[in-house]
Design a protein around this ligand. Structure first.
Ligand code: GAL
Length: 826
């Protein structure tokens, strides 16, 4: 026997570890027909949930609800700017702990998709690029540039190594089955010329060298270098084909709704059209569908992209901003997932044939080698319903713009346009206890900037983010001009050409005016100013509202007064160009530097409490203590009355607000015709004539039981009098269920169904909130539902004539197809 040295023990331990890991390793391979996970062909439903857009406390619930909604996987980008805010100084704390996020996904028994990017777009500030990266000398982002590639590789490797250390890749027994490099580069590649082609090849090689043991994907990359799998993003991807016939067809971003910008209406995509897009994709050979977003969440702090992305990133996703079920979308898609899963084996193993029935009606049949069949019957006509005779397989009514899923090709298990899931109308409930707000206030100190005093001077109008590194939205530009002849200059025009986004001007300490760019681009600011003899100080405050995140070379889009020109125009059009004057600069606000948003008392800061707070005053800080609404329902703060600024609760930023920006009064509709291609902004919008965003999410974990503090920085002037805290609860729930389908009703947040306000089984009319009895109904229509549901958190039963007991009035009634309409309160 030989004594073993310590290195042998380490060797044995490593072997054992490797052995255990490989025992539990999940093998992910693929071919044209599907992903193959541990030898099994799979159809995958996945949903995007971006970890920094919620809180650690919210993650388990969101992930569980995704699982309950029939998802197999959760997908997230990685957010470089948040993880490496300063070069080589990393942050993975709190809701940036992506390892923990993926571990929770694994604990829930789900797979994961890791989209590293590290350019992410995502309506995220600067597409996820840290500002130090942009400001590195000689760098060119997203192209064949050695400085950029080096930084991208270092960050990608860091993320991969962290994931490897936590054994997160499927090859190590973890949940990650796919990883993505870059993001939609193919959309803008031509603008980068040959260097773009070289770059994307390098991306592929760099990613492959990471050796993660699971396939890599590239979305919207029509020429993806092999073995990168190219995938599709859009509202519809049924006609997409990967560039390699051996790659499976995957829909990495099924845009389930759309994002919103300040001043825009709230976009919605119907449950019917969402389901239609998914079903069409699987009908045409798709095998993985990832919803973008499944939970959109909140752009906390200054993470919103730009220009002008709102703080809410709700996206009309199946889970709303607060994590509640967005019904009927969540439920309808859940049923769709279950229906498609019935055909999983046949879709991924079988052969596909299409039969054209004319008038845009197509029957797709998947046939397994064992003879089993699974069918999709689609009607892509956007206005004409169809009746399709499949002979021995039955007769089907097929609404316009819908897909019917036929199990065994002869049993309708789902139609994308027939929504049986409940509708939930969420309402905001005022919380009296938390709403007696007493305001303290303090003006933003401007003594220095009104006198032209900054931190540094240069004879040039500088680009904003290159100077600020985006540590603040605000940059002061100051200069002075010596005036001799007041007959020319006492009534002059100040003209400022800025690249955006907002501008405020002062002359000799007096406010001149304010303007913002309507679309977030260049604009010219012109105001009459009165100049005095001698030195005049011109002070300009420029603010950005989210840095661009999309488009070729978006990183080069200038912000601030970059280059100007800034001019004074006097009598007889005499002009002084101030662009090359000596400009003094100051980054950020004094209040930001003093951390006025922090509830801890600050030396030298005295909030005013004994004078009435000002209304409509620009550059003003407001502060109020409040008691958190009791219970567990999500909390929002209603900022109606405020202008534009940022809000903090207990020192944590809940995001920018811009309550005073009212959306157009036209272009909204109470009803939404799901038929025809969904184009955001063109249909299904709501919220016309209201603030584009009025309520702001205050996550429960930001709140304390006793005293909480809300701080507002008001940039343009507002009135905090009506600011109040509210909770988001389910108001009314409704369901319309066809005979033969399942009624399912449930309340959220542990509440129970208290009352059935309306219930009729027959031919009721109207919609949720306006149901009416039809010409006939079952006499037990109300009592059956009451008995099954009242007092319960959720209830459900098959809607059949038997369930409602008696025959219904006139003769032959059993041949009529009945429908149940229910309206209840939680
Ligand atoms: C895609 C992009 C996503 C997101 C989406 C729109 O182009 O990959 O990150 O920005 O558009 O919501």
């Amino acid at each position: 026997m030989f004594p073993m040295g310590s290195s042998s023990w380490v060797g044995i331990a490593l072997f054992f570890l490797a052995f255990t890991a490989s025992c539990f390793a999940t093998e992910v391979t693929y071919d044209a027909r599907s992903l193959i996970i541990n030898g099994e062909r799979r159809v995958i439903f996945s949903g995007a949930v971006h970890y920094p857009r919620s809180t650690v406390q919210m993650w388990p619930d969101i992930i569980q609800k995704a699982k309950d909604g029939g998802l197999d996987a959760i997908e997230s980008y990685v957010f470089w700017d948040r993880h490496e805010p300063v070069r080589r100084e990393y942050d993975f704390s709190g809701n940036l702990d992506f390892i923990k996020f993926f571990q929770i996904i694994q604990e829930a028994g789900l797979y994961a998709i890791l989209r590293i990017g590290p350019y992410v777009c995502a309506e995220w500030n600067f597409g996820g690029f840290p500002l130090w990266l942009h400001n590195m000398p000689g760098i060119e982002l997203r192209t064949d540039n050695p400085i950029y590639k080096n930084e991208m590789q270092i960050f990608t490797t860091k993320i991969v190594n962290m994931a490897k250390e936590a054994k997160l890749f499927a090859s190590q027994g973890g949940p990650i089955i796919l990883a993505q490099i870059e993001n939609e580069y193919g959309n803008i590649m031509t603008d980068y010329g040959e260097a773009g082609k070289t770059y994307i090849k390098w991306c592929a090689q760099m990613a492959l060298a990471q050796n993660i043991g699971v396939p890599w994907i590239m979305c919207q990359q029509h020429d993806a270098p092999q073995p990168m799998i190219n995938t599709c993003n859009g509202h519809y991807c049924d006609s997409f084909q990967p560039n390699n016939p051996k790659s499976p067809k995957m829909f990495t971003e099924n845009w389930i709704g759309w994002f919103q910008k300040w001043g825009e209406r709230v976009p919605h995509r119907s449950a019917e059209d969402s389901a239609f897009s998914v079903a069409r994709f699987f009908q045409n050979g798709g095998i993985l569908n990832n919803y973008y977003m499944y939970h959109g969440g909140t752009n906390f702090g200054r993470t919103a992209g730009g220009p002008y992305m709102t703080t809410s990133y709700e996206y009309d996703a199946p889970l709303d901003e607060y994590g509640n079920l967005n019904q009927p979308k969540w439920g309808h898609l859940k049923q769709l997932h279950a229906a498609i899963k019935l055909g999983e084996k046949i879709i991924t193993n079988g052969t596909r044939t299409d039969k054209d029935f004319g008038n845009e009606v197509t029957l797709t049949t998947y046939t397994h080698t064992n003879g089993e069949r699974f069918c999709f019957l689609s009607n892509t006509n956007d206005s004409k319903d169809a009746n399709v005779d499949l002979q021995q397989d039955g007769n089907y009514f097929l609404p316009a713009w819908s897909v019917t899923i036929l199990d065994g090709c002869n049993k309708e298990v789902f139609n994308t346009a027939k929504v049986n899931s409940q509708t939930s109308i969420m309402v905001k409930k005022s919380d009296d206890a938390s709403n007696k707000l007493t305001w303290a206030w303090i003006p933003e100190k401007k003594k220095d900037t009104m006198h032209g005093k900054g931190n540094f001077k240069v004879n040039q109008l500088l680009e904003q983010k290159e100077l600020t590194f985006d540590v603040s939205d605000y940059l002061w530009y100051m200069t002075s001009v010596d005036i001799n002849d007041t007959s020319i200059w006492s009534n002059a025009t100040l003209r400022v050409n800025t690249r955006g986004h907002t501008l405020r001007a002062y002359v000799n300490g007096r406010h001149v005016g304010y303007k913002f760019s309507q679309w977030g681009g260049n604009f010219t600011y012109e105001k009459y100013v009165s100049l005095k003899k001698g030195l005049n100080v011109i002070t300009l405050l420029s603010a950005t509202v989210g840095l661009p995140n999309y488009g070729a070379k978006f990183d080069k889009i200038k912000t601030g007064i970059a280059g100007g020109p800034v001019q004074l125009i006097g009598n007889n059009n005499e002009t002084i160009d101030l662009s090359t004057n000596l400009w003094s600069y100051k980054i950020g606000l004094n209040g930001e530097k003093k951390r006025l948003y922090d509830p801890q008392p600050r030396i030298g800061v005295s909030w005013r409490t004994n004078s009435p707070y000002p209304i409509g005053r620009s550059l003003t800080w407001y502060k109020a203590d409040f008691v958190a609404p009791s219970g567990n329902d999500p909390v929002v703060v209603d900022l109606l009355g405020l202008g534009k600024g940022e809000a903090w609760v207990n020192g944590q930023s809940i995001g920018r607000y811009w309550t005073s920006w009212i959306t157009a009064t036209n272009g909204c509709s109470d009803t939404c015709d799901y038929r025809g291609k969904y184009v955001p902004a063109q249909k299904c919008n709501t919220n016309c004539g209201n603030p584009s965003q009025r309520w702001y999410h205050v996550p429960r974990s930001f709140l304390k039981n006793d005293k909480n503090t809300l701080v507002l920085f008001e940039e343009i002037g507002g009135n905090p009098q009506n600011v109040s805290f509210q909770t988001v609860i389910t108001g009314t729930i409704c369901a319309q269920v066809q005979e033969g389908a399942l009624l399912e009703l449930s309340c959220q947040g542990g509440k129970t169904i208290s009352q059935i306000q309306f219930s009729s089984f027959g031919n009721p009319t109207g919609n949720c909130g306006s149901f009416k009895k039809g010409t006939w109904e079952a006499t037990d229509g109300q009592s059956v539902v009451e008995a099954a549901c009242v007092g319960r958190n959720s209830c459900g039963f098959m809607v059949t004539k038997e369930a409602f007991g008696v025959a219904i009035g006139p003769m032959n009634v059993d041949e009529r197809v009945a429908r149940l309409a229910v309206q209840a309160t939680c």
